[in-house]
Design a binder for this molecule. Sequence first.
Ligand code: ADP
Ligand code: ADP
Ligand code: MG
Length: 659
Amino acid sequence: MFKKILIANRGEIACRVIKTAKRMGIKTVAVYSDADSEALHVKMADEAVYIGSSKASESYLMSEKIITACRKTGAEAVHPGYGFLSENAAFCAALSKAGITFIGPNTKAIEAMGDKITSKKIAKDADISIVPGFMGLIDDADMAVKIANEITYPVMIKASAGGGGKGMRIATNDEETRQGFARSKSEAKSSFGDDRIFIEKFITKPRHIEIQVLGDKHGNVIYLGERECSIQRRNQKIIEEAPSPFLDVATRKAMGVEAVNLAKAVDYCSAGTVEFIVDEKRNFYFLEMNTRLQVEHPVTEMITGLDLVEQMLLVAAGEKLKIKQDDVKLSGWAMESRLYAEDPKRNFLPSVGRLKRYRPPQELKNKNLIVRNDTGVYEGAEISTFYDPMIAKLCTWSPTRKSAIYAMANALSEFEIEGVGNNIEFLQTVMGQERFINGDINTAYIEDEFPNGFFGATLTKKQKRDVIACAIMMQFLIAQRAGQASKKWVVFIDGEEILTKVNFIDGVGWKLKIGKDKNKAQGFVWHFGASLARIIWNDNERPILKVKQAGTGFNIQYCGADLTLKLLLPKAAKLMRYMPIKTTPDMSKYLLCPMPGQITRLNVKTGDIVEAGQGLAIVEAMKMENMLTAAKHARVKNINIEVGDVLAVDEVIMEFEEI
Ligand code: ADP
Ligand code: ADP
Ligand code: MG
């Protein structure tokens, strides 16, 4: 086994690899850029080497610098994590030339599979069912239109070198094909430095189900079951699970066998993932192979009991796989939620900033429950625009799917993040949705369930009761501390006005009256200033709420809803009715920048007349190009910015006037 390895990555995945290496007694070397000098992976590793400025192209993507760092520290092997150089065949070849082991597959497999066009050809030759499409390169928009018509709409325009859902567009007509071709090409060029584009049939509402494979250098390849990753936004996964609630034993086996055949076709000798899309009839089609450790690999680890990084290290060192296909037993159910710095209420646009508060739930492992949180951040760390905006991967395991979902919902309600927009509320909302709980999911789930966007969950009557109960118990404790005796409070919530009564009796517990309903709670765990509160209704019902004092009331986050409650004494509540109602200013005549980013294109000038839906400007953030469009017919009154400007959220880009 290696004595020392270098991890050519950052963030949670670098930390995750370091953990296993440590456990195996292998020394670790981290690399870091300017932005990461204080990063967690640097603190966790035995040694760290500075490799350049914050831009990935000047640090994490520079293979020479990684090789020099190996030489300097005596690292014998490199684990590339995912992203960055993980699927870069030239890097792999350069390492081999330098006598350093790549902890991943061989160069040939990366070359063949890292490219979507080549991999589809190989898959076809290996008799694997592929998404129908044109497997050649597409030169220009005219050719794209011709091919799209041959395949028949809808089609998907894709970058051959693509990844992370980037460089990908759906087109349903010729005009969309032309536009999509141009957008995909330029996104592919800026993200991957490779603008080759191809087109395939767009399969409507499929499930994304992928097979984890594992091979060694002696020709053995096995599969470790599947993961379902159908909950996606912008073709990027956010919730994954293993196993899939959709597969039966026969389909699992058929997909596993095809995945192994494909891996064998390229002498695959590491951990890898064969991605498929599966239609309603359980027909499955090969999508691509990821020749690396996958972001969502923890869910497979949790149901197989294997450590995939350990397996990668063992096979890279030349050992034979100890596990045979028949030894692979899937047990229980695992869920993963990707916590991203992004704003679901603004169409999931990326968000940046400092983590003023970062309090993950307690990790734990027992017979019926595992809570695991993979992260690369800490309280006070900065989420910058330079890298992937993922904050953490929260995973739960339990014997059944329902209990794994319940555990996830609970873990999310304890997860506190402040200072950076994040998707916790959104994840909580999905965990509470009937359709998700029933496993009735596909890749269009988010579009279908949130057709007009996400605005926070709507609470059930019972959940609302929890929120009000929490508020009046806090209020009772605060009032008691201040020496006030009032037990009656009027709660203003969601446009409603509810008369409540709260009392605590030693040895009896809490007596609560909310409107006409009487409730009893065994206990309430909260102290002045705390940000989490737990109501103990009884032994089984113990909801956790995120709470904050706000004016004459509270801000409470619960089950995906974010509510502001006002609490007044009955006398004051009467007077409230005579207060004027605040109005919000009309912002519809401005185009505001929806995310921090750079304006890379302006399509209009002052005086232009624009139509609803017309593209006005492109703002680029996190390497994604986002077209901002006009909301209605209007004239551009003035433009406040220039191409190249870097804007903050809500900065005014242009102003319109009615015509
Ligand atoms: P997974 O398929 O493992 O779930 P994603 O497809 O979301 O993960 O991508 C994982 C990470 O790797 C993301 O940070 C993504 O931006 C990055 N990535 C994936 N493919 C590429 C690529 N070809 N070039 C650069 N980065 C990539
Ligand atoms: P990436 O390398 O970015 O992960 P993939 O080819 O794996 O790209 O596609 C990512 C996601 O986009 C898939 O999980 C799926 O939801 C969607 N997708 C890709 N190709 C198709 C297709 N032909 N039809 C329908 N959905 C697709
Ligand atoms: Mg993929």
